[in-house]
Design a protein around this ligand. Structure first.
Ligand code: MG
Length: 161
């Protein structure tokens, strides 16, 4: 098999007084993700999708929240590290698609900035990176604004030679 797919999911609580990092971009909002790292739910879902594609476990295994080294960590570094792990094993990213679920704020104005950051981290063209957003119709924890969730799928391909 020269191609594989992977799936990732993550969620974080949204609380007052934290920066809201999403897809490596700071989104202007009065709440932000609560977590051991910078709580970038989208980059975490993408990292889990990549690890899943090559059956390397999950981000909890690679970046345990008991490890002080990752406290407040920039999730861009986590994702870059995961891409490096794949490269070492002869895999490169083909494309990535994701959906972020949250009620507020509107993400449309920030989607292209997120795509550019993610494409840089995954080492793919921007047109191989899709970022979509959905509300949850006011249902559940995302619908009540208590948290944000993200789902991601990736395709990876075996490098030549
Ligand atoms: Mg997370």
């Amino acid at each position: 098999m020269n191609i594989r797919t992977g799936f990732g999911y993550d969620s974080h609580r949204l609380v007052e007084g934290r920066p809201f990092l999403l897809g490596g971009v700071e989104i202007p909002f009065h709440k932000g993700g609560l977590g051991h790292s910078d709580a970038d739910v989208l980059l975490h879902a993408i990292a889990d999708a990549l690890l899943g594609a090559v059956a390397l476990g999950d981000i909890g295994l690679h970046f345990p929240d008991t490890d002080a080294a990752w406290k407040g960590a920039d999730s861009r570094k986590l994702l870059a590290h995961v891409v490096h792990l794949l490269r070492e094993r002869g895999w490169a990213v083909g494309n990535m698609d994701c959906t972020v679920v949250l009620e507020q704020p509107k993400l449309r104005p920030h989607v292209d900035a997120m795509r550019a950051v993610i494409a840089g981290l995954l080492e793919v063209p921007v047109d191989a990176v899709s970022v979509k957003a959905s509300t949850n119709e006011k249902m559940g924890f995302t619908g009540r604004g208590e948290g944000v969730a993200a789902y991601a799928v990736v395709l990876v391909q075996r490098l030549q030679g």
